[in-house]
Design a protein around this ligand. Structure first.
Ligand SMILES: *Cc1c(COP(=O)(O)O)cnc(C)c1O
Length: 400
C-alpha cells in the first residue's frame, strides 16, 4: 500500500497559553483601542512596537491592521504619489502589486532568477528604463537576494528600497535582520506568516520623518506621543497637518496575542528549519527535481519549501500535483494558467500594464511549493518527502 499523509498544510499551531491569558486581560479591561489607556498604562500595541524595534534593532516601529496595509502605508510615507512607477519582483504574492496599486502607483515587474530572487541585471535595466525611484523588494517565500549587491545598485541609482518581509520575520542576511537593509521593512502577522494574530502588520525604520508620516497615515488622531517606539513629537510639527488619516491601526487585543509569540520567535524559526531540512534531505537527488541552493549568508526561515521541475511539461506537472494530492500532499504550482487560492502570477494582475518576463515565466512554469506548518512533526516531513520523491520519480520516468 502506498503511504498517505493525513495532516493539514493549512493548520497552524494553537496560540500559546500565555498569549491567550494576555488577550483575556485586554478583553476584561475593555480597552481594545490602542489610544484607550488608563492613567499611567502602556497600551499593548505600544509595547509590541517597543518589543519589535528591540528585536530587529530598528529605531522605530509601527503596528498596523495588516501586512498589505503596511506596504501601502510605507510607499506613501516614502513619498510615492499616484502615477509613479514602483519596481517589484515579478514572482511575489498578490498583496504586493496590490499595495502598489493601493498607493495609486504603477507596478513595474523585475525578473526573478532560478534561485527565486530578484534578477539584479534586470533590476538595473528596469531602473534605467522606467525611471522608478522606489523598489518594493519582496523576499518572496523567504528567499533573500545578495543584499549588499542590491543595496549598492539601488544606492548608486538613488532608488529607495522598501522591504516586503512577510516571509522573512526572524531571517537575516550576513547576520543583519531582514527588513534592516532598506529604508523601511514591512512585516505581516497574518495567520500563515511567522507569528499569528489573524491579521496584522509591522513597519520598522530608522527614518524619523518617514515613520512620522506612516504614523499619521495609520490614523493616530494626534496621539503620536503615545508611541514609545515612534519619532519624537517635534518631528510631527508640519507632518501632522500634511498627512491624511487613512485608518489602519493595530488594536491591543492582537498586540497582546503577538508579544508572547515574538518572545518565542527564535525557537519557532529553528523548528521550521529542522522541518525544512528534513524535507530537503528527503528530496535530495530526486530525478528531474532541483532544490533551491541557499547561500551561506542567508539566514532563512524554512516555513515553506520550493523546488523546480524544469523538464516537465504542463500535463506532467498537473499529473504530479494530482498524484501527490491523492496521497495527502498539497503542492502549489505558480505556473498554473489560472490563479488558485494563494497562487497567482504577474499576468493575472491585469490592473498593471502587461509586461514581458520570459525568465520569470520559465521559472514559474516548473516551480512547486509546499507550506511546512509547525504542526508537522519531523516524521511527517520525512513522509511528505518520500511521497513527493516517489511520485516525481515515477512521473519523470514516464515523461522521459
Ligand atoms: C502575506 C503577504 C503579505 C501581506 O499580506 P497580509 O495578508 O495583508 O498581511 C505581503 N507580501 C507577501 C509576499 C505575503 O505573502
Amino acid at each position: 500500500m502506498a503511504e498517505v499523509f493525513t495532516g493539514s498544510f493549512t493548520q497552524q499551531e494553537p496560540i500559546p497559553e500565555e498569549a491567550v491569558a494576555a488577550a483575556l486581560e485586554v478583553m476584561r479591561s475593555g480597552r481594545l483601542h490602542r489610544y484607550n489607556t488608563a492613567p499611567g498604562e502602556e497600551a499593548e500595541a505600544a509595547a509590541l512596537e517597543r518589543d519589535f524595534a528591540a528585536l530587529t534593532g530598528a529605531r522605530y516601529c509601527l503596528a498596523l491592521a495588516s501586512g498589505g496595509y503596511g506596504l501601502t502605508c510605507a510607499l506613501r510615507a516614502c513619498g510615492v504619489t499616484p502615477g509613479d512607477p514602483v519596481l517589484t519582483n515579478a514572482f511575489t504574492l498578490a498583496p504586493v502589486p496590490g499595495a502598489i496599486a493601493g498607493a495609486g502607483a504603477v507596478p513595474v515587474f523585475v525578473e526573478v532568477t532560478e534561485a527565486l530572487v530578484i534578477d539584479l541585471d534586470d533590476l538595473a535595466a528596469k531602473i534605467e528604463a522606467s525611471g522608478a525611484r522606489v523598489l518594493m523588494l519582496s523576499h518572496m517565500r523567504g528567499h533573500i537576494c545578495d543584499m549588499e549587491a542590491l543595496m549598492a545598485l539601488c544606492d548608486r541609482a538613488g532608488v529607495t528600497v522598501v522591504e516586503d518581509c512577510a516571509h522573512t520575520m526572524g531571517a537575516s542576511w550576513a547576520g543583519v535582520p531582514s527588513g534592516r537593509f532598506g529604508r523601511v521593512g514591512c512585516f505581516s502577522t497574518q495567520t500563515y506568516k511567522h507569528v499569528n494574530s489573524g491579521e496584522g502588520g509591522l513597519l520598522i525604520s530608522d527614518d524619523a520623518e518617514l515613520m512620522a508620516r506612516a504614523t499619521m497615515f495609520s490614523g493616530s488622531y494626534m496621539f503620536y506621543d503615545r508611541h514609545p517606539a515612534g519619532p519624537a513629537a517635534e518631528i510631527f510639527d508640519t507632518i501632522r497637518y500634511e498627512t491624511p488619516n487613512c485608518s489602519g491601526r493595530m488594536d491591543n487585543l492582537r498586540a497582546a496575542i503577538l508579544r508572547p509569540q515574538l518572545a518565542r520567535l527564535a525557537g519557532q524559526c529553528a523548528a521550521w528549519n529542522a522541518r525544512y531540512g528534513a524535507v530537503e534531505a528527503g528530496l535530495a537527488d530526486t530525478p528531474g527535481l532541483h532544490l533551491i541552493q541557499r547561500p551561506a549568508a542567508e539566514g532563512f526561515v524554512g516555513s515553506s519549501i520550493q523546488f523546480l521541475m524544469p523538464g516537465l511539461g504542463t500535463k506532467a506537472i498537473e499529473t504530479l500535483i494530482a498524484a501527490c494530492r491523492d496521497r495527502g500532499v498539497e503542492l502549489k504550482w505558480f505556473g498554473a494558467a489560472e490563479p488558485a487560492a494563494f497562487t497567482s502570477r504577474h499576468d493575472s494582475w491585469r490592473y498593471a500594464p502587461p509586461q514581458c518576463l520570459p525568465r520569470t515565466d520559465r521559472v514559474l512554469a516548473g516551480l512547486l511549493d509546499m507550506r511546512l506548518p509547525l504542526t508537522f512533526s519531523l516524521e511527517d516531513c520525512a513522509l511528505i518527502a518520500r511521497i513527493v520523491r516517489g511520485e516525481a520519480t515515477r512521473i519523470a520516468r514516464a515523461a522521459a
